[in-house]
Design a protein around this ligand. Structure first.
Ligand code: ADP
Ligand code: MG
Length: 605
C-alpha cells in the first residue's frame, strides 16, 4: 500500500511557514514592525532582551484590532489587508500574506493586547505553539502591544542556530534601520521609532528627522557630509536618494540600501547598476555606499515572489538598471572628486573633497579646429625609446595625432601654465590655488588614454594603423584560441588579428593611440589577460578590461623622465578626461595636499 495522504495539523503548517519567514529574532522584529506600520502607527516602541532570545516587545499607537477578530490573528492566511486576488497586484501595505503572526505563534509564546482607539476597552489573547487562549478583556492605551517570549521553544534546531545576543541585536538594529530610512519625513508623515536592548536605548529616531538625519543617526554622523543627492526618472519610475563619495567605500555591499515603494529589498541586478556607475572610482573588491529609493506604479513590481518579501520581480528590470546607472554616474561625474591628503593625523587616509583644480576650472573654450588630414604613420619601432614618449595626442613629425574626426573635443586656451615639478620620474607636483597637487603621471595618462580610446570607439573615430607586413606572434598553449574567440571585441578595439595556425597569430592592425608602444606587447598583454579569465566575462566587462589594459600599456610609466612639453600636454589634457581624479582601475590619479593643511601643519594659522 502506498503511504496515505493526510492534511497537516495547523501547528505543523505554521512551523513550516515559520521556517521560511522566521529565521531569527530579527525576523520577528521585522514582521511586527511592518504590522505596526500597516496599522498606521506614528510611534513604535521596541523592547528587546538578550538579542531577542528572551523577549521582543512592541508597542504601537495604530488602529488596533477589533476584539472579535483576535481569535483570527494567529490563523494562517488570515489578513485584513487583502480581499481578493486582484488586490495582489496593487499592494499598498507591507503585509498581505496573513502568515507572520501564525508563524510566530507557532514557534513562540505570544501575548497580544489591542484596543482600537474608538473603543472604550480592548482585548487580549495568547498563543503558544499555535494553541490559543480565550479572549480576555484588556484595558490599555489605544493601539497594539505584543510580547514574544521563548522563541523557538519547540524547534530546538532553530534555537541552536541563534547567535550571540550581540549578533542578534545587530540584525534587529538593521531591521529597525531599514524601516527608519523608508519612513523619513517627506512623502509621508515621519515615524518615531525607538529600540531598547536590555533597557538601553539603541535607536531613538524622532519623527521629524529627515532622511539625511536618519542616515546620520543610524550609521555615522560624519556620513551625511559625504553624501550626494540623486534624482532621476524613466517613464513612470522615479529614483531619489543619496550616494556616498567613493572614499566611503566598504568591503561588502551591505551599505547599499534599495527601497522600492517604501519597502527595503535586495536586488543583485540593481546593486550591480550602482557598482557599475562607480567603475573606475573603486578598487576591485570595494563596494559603494548608497541609499536608493525607487517609486514605481504598483503594477510594475511583483512583491509576491518571496516569503519574507525581501526580493521582488520587476516588469522592466533593464530600464531600472539603466535609470540607476545613468543617474548615479552623472552625479558622480558632477561631483569632481579629488582625494585630499591629510597628514599626519591620518597617515594614509585620503578624504575627498569636492574641490576643483584651477586649471580644470572655467577653461576658455576655443572654436573647434577643422579636421586635419592625417598622414599615414610609419610602423613604430618595436621597442620605444624611453626618453621621448609623446602622448598620442601630441603631434610630432614622426607620430601623428589620431584623426580629430567629427567628435573632436574642444581645445582649451593655454592659460599660464601652473608651476610643475617632476619627482622620482613618477610624480608631478603642481602648484594650485587649493594646494599642492601630486599627480601620478602613469595613472593620469592612463585615464586620459582610456577616455580617448573609449570616446573614439563610441563615435567610430578610432584611428588604426594597418601593418603592410602582418606581424607574427607565437603564443603558448591555448592562448591563441582565447584570443581568436574574442576576435570581434579586439577588432572593435582596433586590434586586427588572424589565425596563422599552430598557435601563431598574425597582427594586422593596431590602434594609433598605442603611440610608440609596441603593438605586439599590447597583444601579448591582452592574450595574457584573456587566459587568466576563469569564465568568459560579459561583453561589457571584457570591453572595459581590455580598454584599460591598452590604456595602461600605452601610457607613460613610472620611471620615465618627461620633457616639459610632455608634462604640459598631460596637464592640459587632464580636464578632457571624464574622471581625471581616478585611473581606470580606481586608483587616484592625484592627491591634494591642501594649502590650508600646509599652513596648519606649519602653525601659520
Ligand atoms: P499580514 O500582515 O500579512 O496581514 P500578519 O500575520 O502579520 O499578516 O497579521 C495578521 C493581521 O493581524 C493583519 O492583517 C492585521 O489585521 C492584524 N494585525 C497584526 N498586527 C497588528 C497591529 N500591530 N495593529 C493592528 N492590526 C494588526
Ligand atoms: Mg504582517
Amino acid at each position: 500500500m502506498p503511504p496515505r495522504i493526510q492534511q497537516l495539523p495547523p501547528l505543523v503548517v505554521n512551523q513550516i511557514a515559520a521556517g521560511e519567514v522566521i529565521e531569527r529574532p530579527a525576523s520577528v522584529v521585522k514582521e511586527l514592525l511592518e504590522n505596526a506600520v500597516d496599522a498606521g502607527s506614528r510611534r513604535i516602541e521596541l523592547e528587546v532582551e538578550q538579542g531577542g532570545h528572551d523577549l521582543v516587545r512592541i508597542v504601537d499607537d495604530g488602529c488596533g484590532i477589533a476584539p472579535e477578530d483576535l481569535p483570527l490573528v494567529f490563523a494562517s492566511h488570515a489578513t485584513s489587508k487583502l480581499r481578493n486576488a486582484d488586490d495582489l497586484f496593487a499592494i499598498g501595505t507591507f503585509g498581505f500574506r496573513g502568515e507572520a503572526l501564525a508563524s510566530i505563534g507557532g514557534v513562540a509564546h505570544v501575548v497580544l493586547q489591542s484596543r482600537p482607539p474608538e473603543l472604550p476597552h480592548g482585548a487580549a489573547i495568547e498563543c503558544r505553539g499555535s494553541e490559543l487562549s480565550a479572549v480576555r478583556p484588556w484595558n490599555g492605551a489605544p493601539g497594539t502591544r505584543i510580547e514574544v517570549r521563548q522563541l523557538f521553544f519547540n524547534t530546538p534546531v532553530r534555537r541552536k542556530f541563534l547567535r550571540s545576543p550581540a549578533t542578534e541585536l545587530g540584525h534587529i538594529s538593521e531591521a529597525v534601520t531599514r524601516l527608519a530610512l523608508a519612513y523619513a519625513r517627506g512623502s509621508r508623515p515621519g515615524l518615531h521609532l525607538i529600540l531598547r536592548h536590555n533597557g538601553r536605548v539603541v535607536h531613538d529616531i524622532p519623527p521629524q528627522a529627515t532622511l539625511l538625519e536618519r542616515i546620520g543617526l543610524c550609521f555615522d554622523e560624519q556620513l551625511p557630509a559625504h553624501l550626494l543627492e540623486i534624482e532621476g526618472s524613466a517613464g513612470p519610475a522615479r529614483l531619489s536618494g543619496y550616494i556616498a563619495e567613493p572614499s566611503c567605500d566598504r568591503n561588502n555591499s551591505r551599505m547599499q540600501y534599495l527601497f522600492v515603494n517604501g519597502r527595503w529589498i535586495r536586488d543583485r541586478n540593481l546593486g550591480h547598476a550602482l557598482q557599475e556607475a562607480y567603475r573606475g572610482l573603486l578598487m576591485t573588491g570595494r563596494y559603494a555606499v548608497g541609499f536608493l529609493f525607487l517609486q514605481l506604479p504598483p503594477d510594475q513590481v511583483d512583491v509576491n515572489v518571496h516569503p519574507t518579501k525581501c526580493e521582488v520581480r520587476f516588469r522592466n528590470a533593464q530600464a531600472l538598471h539603466q535609470l540607476i546607472y545613468t543617474t548615479v554616474k552623472a552625479r558622480l561625474r558632477r561631483a569632481n572628486l579629488v582625494p585630499t591628503l591629510q597628514v599626519p593625523a591620518t597617515p594614509t587616509l585620503s578624504v575627498p573633497t569636492a574641490s576643483s583644480i584651477p586649471f580644470s576650472r572655467s577653461p576658455t573654450v576655443l572654436p573647434e579646429l577643422p579636421p586635419r588630414s592625417v598622414p599615414i604613420a610609419p610602423p613604430p619601432p618595436a621597442s620605444p625609446a624611453l626618453e621621448s614618449l609623446p602622448t598620442p595626442a601630441v603631434p610630432t613629425p614622426r607620430q601623428p595625432l589620431a584623426s580629430p574626426g567629427p567628435a573632436t573635443l574642444p581645445l582649451f586656451a593655454r592659460v599660464a601654465p601652473p608651476r610643475v615639478l617632476q619627482l622620482y620620474d613618477a610624480y608631478l607636483v603642481v602648484e594650485t590655488d587649493e594646494g599642492m597637487l601630486v599627480i601620478d603621471q602613469h595613472a593620469l595618462h592612463e585615464r586620459i588614454l582610456y577616455d580617448q580610446f573609449r570616446r573614439r570607439i563610441e563615435t567610430g573615430t578610432l584611428q588604426c594603423q594597418a601593418l603592410l607586413l602582418p606581424e607574427a606572434v607565437d603564443l603558448p598553449g591555448e592562448m591563441a584560441g582565447r584570443l581568436l574567440e574574442q576576435r570581434e571585441a579586439l577588432a572593435e578595439l582596433g586590434l586586427g588579428i588572424e589565425d596563422f595556425g599552430g598557435g601563431t597569430i598574425l597582427l594586422t592592425r593596431y590602434p594609433v593611440l598605442l603611440g610608440r608602444r609596441s603593438p605586439r606587447e599590447a597583444l601579448l598583454a591582452v592574450a595574457d589577460h584573456l587566459s587568466n579569465q576563469e569564465q568568459p566575462p560579459s561583453r561589457q566587462v571584457l570591453f572595459n578590461d581590455l580598454l584599460s589594459l591598452l590604456a595602461c600599456h600605452a601610457a607613460v610609466r613610472a620611471g620615465e623622465r618627461l620633457s616639459p612639453e610632455l608634462i604640459n600636454e598631460l596637464l592640459e589634457q587632464r580636464h578632457l578626461a571624464d574622471d581625471h581624479h581616478h585611473c581606470p582601475h580606481g586608483r587616484p590619479t592625484a592627491l591634494l595636499f591642501s594649502r590650508q593643511e600646509l599652513e596648519r601643519q606649519f602653525r601659520r594659522v
